[in-house]
Ligand binder design. Structure first.
Ligand SMILES: NC(=O)c1ccc[n+]([C@@H]2O[C@H](COP(=O)([O-])OP(=O)(O)OC[C@H]3O[C@@H](n4cnc5c(N)ncnc54)[C@H](OP(=O)(O)O)[C@@H]3O)[C@@H](O)[C@H]2O)c1
Length: 339
């Protein structure tokens, strides 16, 4: 306990930061990137640079090179990625592997060439084998077969982690390179994708319960048995964790990671069943009808839960409880319908 308190004290002391450093947030219009920009602004950072996809195609090596040569940022948050649900991953596997490998290779390599010392790469829990022991800890990486539906995406994300590690190993001492990776669990919140066919479970449920409420529908039927367990983190908590990991003193980060296992999980800490989640979303949206399940439809894996002990030990934990996060997400969804 005393050791943990000492570590937390040391971490806090190490976090005195230059608020004028130039920070590039790649993917700032996405759910995670926009939350990182909000967090940086709230923290007082004044020199944040962003480019829309239309202004800067990150798959284009020449464009990325020219951007880094001109802007020469001090730090990079790499939250740009081609992201999608099972349908998109399964239908466009070539675009998912090519797009993500290109974006991250261009950004990481050009960042290095332009002298960026600190970079944070955003990965995903799908990097872990589909049968990884629960909760999934950082050591589970590359210990088994991946979930086939999003394997190309996961392989790109694993390559991103390994790229950061390789640059640290080769250029850490000589160039002061310190590139880190965080692996978020399922995220939700402002900026989420509410597309009717291609959204993750929370935005899909928010939309369905809202529409059922407006239509006075007596029942909402949900796919599967309702028993699988999933973990969810509010996106502003994810952004806070990203800043926390980026700002950790190098000796502290190194003390909790390995040169060839340097990624850190970011989870909520506990999970809920889909049944519990559905009732929580119904409550947040004010839907009062019946909720039932269709067990003839697939459940997916029984449990996906991250082990976040490493990050917790370093002194970070989430602040937004699921119930509050769902209310905020629902409010944002309703606001987006009228704007
Ligand atoms: N959402 C989750 O539940 C979740 C969970 C775990 C990890 N993550 C990770 O977090 C990161 C961000 O995810 P997100 O949910 O914020 O995704 P998102 O909302 O889809 O945002 C991704 C952003 O990247 C931009 N982008 C994609 N390809 C680009 C390209 N070739 N050039 C320039 N910009 C490009 C997109 O712009 P356009 O929209 O204009 O294409 C968008 O603004 C990803 O690495 C993802 O793996 C997300």
């Amino acid at each position: 306990m005393v050791l943990v308190l000492r570590l937390v004290k040391k971490i806090k002391k190490s976090m005195s930061i230059d608020l004028n450093q130039k920070i590039y947030v790649a993917g700032h219009r996405g759910m995670v990137g926009s939350a990182i920009v909000r967090a940086l602004e709230a923290r007082g950072f004044t020199n944040i640079i962003t480019k829309t996809h239309a202004q800067l195609e990150l798959e284009d090596q020449t464009a990325v090179k020219s951007f880094f040569e001109t802007e020469k940022p001090d730090q990079v948050y790499l939250a740009a990625a081609r992201v999608g649900g099972i349908y998109a991953n399964n239908t466009f596997p070539a675009e998912f592997i090519y797009g993500n490998l290109m974006v991250q290779s261009n950004v990481i390599h050009q960042a290095f060439l332009s002298g960026v010392k600190k970079l944070l790469f955003l990965g995903s829990s799908c990097i872990y084998p589909r049968l990884a022991p629960q909760p999934m800890s950082e050591e589970a990486l590359l210990t088994g077969k991946l979930e086939p539906t999003n394997e190309p995406y996961a392989i790109a994300k694993i390559a991103g982690i390994k790229m950061c590690e390789s640059y640290n190993r080769q250029y850490g001492q000589s160039h002061g390179v310190d590139y880190r990776s965080v692996m978020p669990t399922n995220l939700y919140g402002p900026g989420d994708n509410y597309h009717p066919e291609n959204s993750h479970v929370i935005p899909a449920l928010i939309r369905r319960f809202h529409e059922a409420k407006v239509a006075n529908a007596p029942e909402v039927v949900i796919w599967g048995t309702g028993t699988p367990r999933r973990e969810f983190l509010y996106v502003d908590d994810m952004a806070a964790a990203s800043l926390f990991v980026m700002q950790l003193d190098k000796t502290i980060y190194d003390s909790q990671t390995e040169p060839m296992q340097s990624h850190i999980n970011v989870g909520f800490g506990n999970d809920v069943t889909i049944n519990e989640l559905a009732h929580a979303v119904a409550k947040a949206t004010g839907y009062q009808g019946n909720i039932s399940f269709d067990p003839t439809k697939p459940d997916g894996s029984p449990r996906k839960w991250m082990n976040s002990e490493c990050l917790n030990k370093l002194g970070w934990s989430p602040k937004v409880a699921l119930e509050n996060g769902l209310q905020q997400a629902y409010q944002e969804y309703v606001d987006s319908l009228v704007s």
